[in-house]
Design a binder for this molecule. Structure first.
Ligand code: S3P
Length: 175
């Protein structure tokens, strides 16, 4: 498989609590690259937290900011890129990922069970889509998204019971 000539070395997708940001940081450290997270890029662009964007401006506005953040990062970031858990729901974002893959890009689906996701993030109220009954909400998100994560990814790696550095090692062996 060809290494992409530009763009991220690896893109990470998966549900909240899969460990995307921490694994991105671990991979970046391993490879001496930078890690980047589209949630952070959206927060910088909006000047407020993801939760505040959802509450004050609504999910469609968040998805539009996220689409721009993904497009920009795919174009200019050469390290490890973590996407927000719902970024793959947007058709334009999926098309960008397809183009990245066509160019030899690697998209890793970080898979996780509800038990491990809940343990990792506490599935607390800071995630706007999980407010109310976090575990049930997480499971229904995952039921809808699993096929999408599988479709956009070139490889699937389960993070259950693994530390970020161990997941990074597993990902490296799949390249
Ligand atoms: C979302 C996941 C969040 C964040 C936003 C929406 C989702 O990112 O982008 O709250 O739709 O799953 P993480 O996956 O990093 O929690």
């Amino acid at each position: 498989r060809a290494t992409p000539t530009s763009g991220p070395r690896v893109v990470l997708v998966g549900p909240p609590g899969a460990g995307k940001s921490t694994v991105a940081a671990a991979l970046a450290e391993r490879w001496q690259l930078e890690s980047r997270d589209t949630d952070t890029d959206v927060e910088t662009a909006a000047g407020k937290s993801v939760a505040d964007v959802f509450v004050e401006d609504g999910e469609p506005h968040f998805r539009a900011l996220e689409r721009t953040a993904v497009a920009t990062a795919l174009g200019e970031h050469e390290g490890v890129l973590a996407l927000g858990g719902g970024a793959v729901l947007d058709p334009a974002t999926r098309a960008l990922l397809q183009a990245y893959r066509d160019g030899g890009g690697v998209v890793v689906f970080l898979d996780v069970s509800l038990a491990h996701a809940a343990g990792r993030v506490g599935l607390n109220q800071s995630r706007p889509l999980l407010v109310g009954s976090p575990r049930a909400q997480w499971q229904s998100l995952m039921d809808v998204r699993r096929p999408v994560y599988e479709e956009v990814a070139t490889v699937r790696v389960s993070t259950d019971g693994l530390r970020p550095a161990e997941v990074a090692e597993v990902i490296e062996t799949t390249l």
